[in-house]
Design a protein around this ligand. Structure first.
Ligand code: SAH
Length: 391
C-alpha cells in the first residue's frame, strides 16, 4: 500500500490521495502524525469541493498541510483532447503514459448525468464485436486513475457551467454550480473491471463513501463480461448495481461473441448473478445484449433468452451495435430490435432499448478504442499543439 512508501520522505514519491479509500487515507494521515478524522476533512475537500491544493484546505493544521505538500498530491489523469457530440455527449481522451491513452464519456440526460469510466487501457477479453478488444491489453488503471476520471469530469463540467454562467450578463463568476453534474457512474468504458479487481474495489468505495462522491449504490453500475469467480468476490466487497454482458442466449454463440464464456458458461454465470443479488439485497441484474444483424437478433433467440431469465430479477438492455472500422458485424435494423424487445416482454422479461449516444464522436458503447498516441505528436516547444491519434 502506498502509505508504507513514505518511510524515507526524501526518496519517496508523492502519494496520490485519489488512490486511497478512507481506511488507507486514515492510515496515511496517521503516519503523518494527524488524527484519523482528518481523512474525512481531506476527502470532503477533494471530492465535494474539487480542491487539489493543500494550501487551500483551511480547516487542516498548517503543519499537516505542509507535510501533505511535500509527501502527497491530488493528481487526476492528464487530458489530451475533448470532443463534444451534437447530442451533448462529451468524450475525453486521457493520458496513460507516453504512448497510450484511455477514454471517459459523459452522457447528459434531463434527469441525470452519467459518466462512463474506463478500468483498463485496452482489454484482454477479445469480445468479437468490441473496438477496445482490437487494441489488445495494455495495462490496468490504478485506483487514482479510475477515481480521477470522476474527479476530473466534475471539475471540467463545473468549469464549463461557470463559463456559461459568466457569459450570461450579471452572473457571479466565482459561484459554484448549483448541483453536481455527475449523478451516475458506470464502469462501462474501456476494459474489464473485474479483471482489475484490486484497483476497482477501492474506487467503488470512494464513489459510495459519504465523504467521497457519496453516490447511492443504485447510481453506480459495474459491467462485466462474466468473470464468475470475481462476481462472487465482488459480492463480499460492495453492493453496487451489476450489469452483465450476455449478448447470446446459448453457449455456442456466446463462446464466439464473448470468449470468456468457454471458461465460465452461461449457467454458471447466471448462478453467480443470482448469488450477487441475494447477498446484496439487490433489485435486479441488467443484462446487456448487443443487437447484431442476423447473428443474435431473431425472435427465436429472444424466446431462448427469455427462458434463461424468466422468473428472475433481471432486466435486458438491448444495445444497437455501434460499428467501428474493420468490424464484420452490422447493426440490427430498428424493426428487428423492436420485435426482439416485444418478444421478451411478451415472455415476461423486462426489456429496454439503449439509445445510442455520442456515436458521431465515436463515444458510443464499444467504440472506445483508446487509440495509441502517435509518436509523431506535433510539438511546439514543450507544449503539445496537436495529438495525432489512430485507431
Ligand atoms: N468489459 C465490460 C465493460 C465494458 S463494455 C463488459 O464487457 O461488460 C460496455 C458494454 O458495451 C458491454 O456490454 C459491451 O459488450 C458493449 N459493447 C462492446 N462493443 C460494443 C459495440 N460495438 N456496440 C455496442 N455495444 C458494445
Amino acid at each position: 500500500m502506498p502509505a508504507a512508501a513514505i518511510t524515507d520522505p526524501a526518496a519517496a514519491e508523492r502519494t496520490n490521495l485519489l488512490g486511497l479509500a478512507r481506511p488507507d487515507l486514515e492510515a496515511f494521515i496517521e503516519q503523518l502524525g494527524g488524527k484519523p478524522f482528518r481523512a474525512r476533512q481531506l476527502m470532503s475537500w477533494i471530492y465535494k469541493r474539487g480542491v487539489d491544493s493543500f494550501a487551500g484546505m483551511t480547516d487542516l493544521a498548517k503543519q499537516l498541510r505542509a507535510r501533505l505538500d511535500t509527501l502527497a498530491e491530488v493528481r487526476a489523469p492528464e487530458i489530451l483532447s475533448v470532443r463534444r457530440s451534437a447530442d451533448g455527449t462529451c468524450k475525453w481522451l486521457l493520458r496513460a503514459d507516453a504512448s497510450q491513452a484511455f477514454e471517459m464519456v459523459f452522457i447528459p440526460e434531463p434527469d441525470r448525468g452519467t459518466l462512463c469510466v474506463s478500468s483498463q487501457v485496452g482489454c484482454a477479453l477479445d469480445c468479437s464485436f468490441c473496438a477496445t478488444a482490437q487494441q489488445g491489453f495494455n495495462r490496468n488503471l490504478c485506483t487514482a486513475e479510475i477515481i480521477g476520471q470522476v474527479w476530473l469530469a466534475e471539475r471540467e463540467l463545473a468549469r464549463e457551467a461557470r463559463g456559461a454562467r459568466t457569459a450570461r450578463a450579471g452572473a457571479d463568476p466565482g459561484a459554484r454550480p448549483e448541483e453536481r453534474q455527475v449523478t451516475n457512474v458506470v464502469l462501462m468504458g474501456m476494459g474489464e473491471p473485474l479483471a482489475n479487481f484490486r484497483n476497482v474495489v477501492p474506487a467503488l468505495s470512494i464513489l459510495l463513501d459519504d465523504f467521497g462522491f457519496d453516490l447511492s449504490r443504485r447510481r453506480v453500475t459495474l459491467s462485466t463480461s462474466g468473470l464468475v469467480p470475481q462476481i462472487y468476490r465482488l459480492a463480499e466487497e460492495t453492493n453496487v448495481a451489476l450489469a452483465v454482458s450476455l449478448h447470446a442466449p446459448d453457449d455456442a454463440l456466446r463462446n464466439e461473441l464473448v470468449p470468456i464464456n468457454r471458461k465460465h458458461p452461461i449457467a454458471e454465470l447466471l448462478d453467480a448473478c443470482w448469488h450477487y443479488l441475494d447477498e446484496q439485497n439487490g433489485r435486479s441484474v441488467t443484462f446487456e445484449y448487443v443487437m447484431l444483424d442476423g447473428v443474435n437478433d431473431s425472435p427465436a433467440q429472444a424466446r431462448s433468452l427469455a427462458q434463461l431469465l424468466k422468473g428472475h430479477p433481471a432486466k435486458v438492455n438491448l444495445i444497437p451495435f455501434n460499428p467501428f472500422p474493420g468490424t464484420r458485424y452490422r447493426r440490427s435494423p430498428a424493426h428487428q430490435i423492436q420485435r426482439f424487445r416485444d418478444e421478451l416482454i411478451r415472455q415476461g422479461v423486462l426489456a429496454t432499448v439503449r439509445r445510442p449516444r455520442g456515436d458521431d464522436i465515436d463515444a458510443a458503447c464499444g467504440q472506445l478504442a483508446g487509440r495509441v498516441i502517435d509518436r509523431t505528436t506535433v510539438r511546439l516547444g514543450a507544449k503539445v499543439i496537436g495529438v495525432a491519434v489512430h485507431p
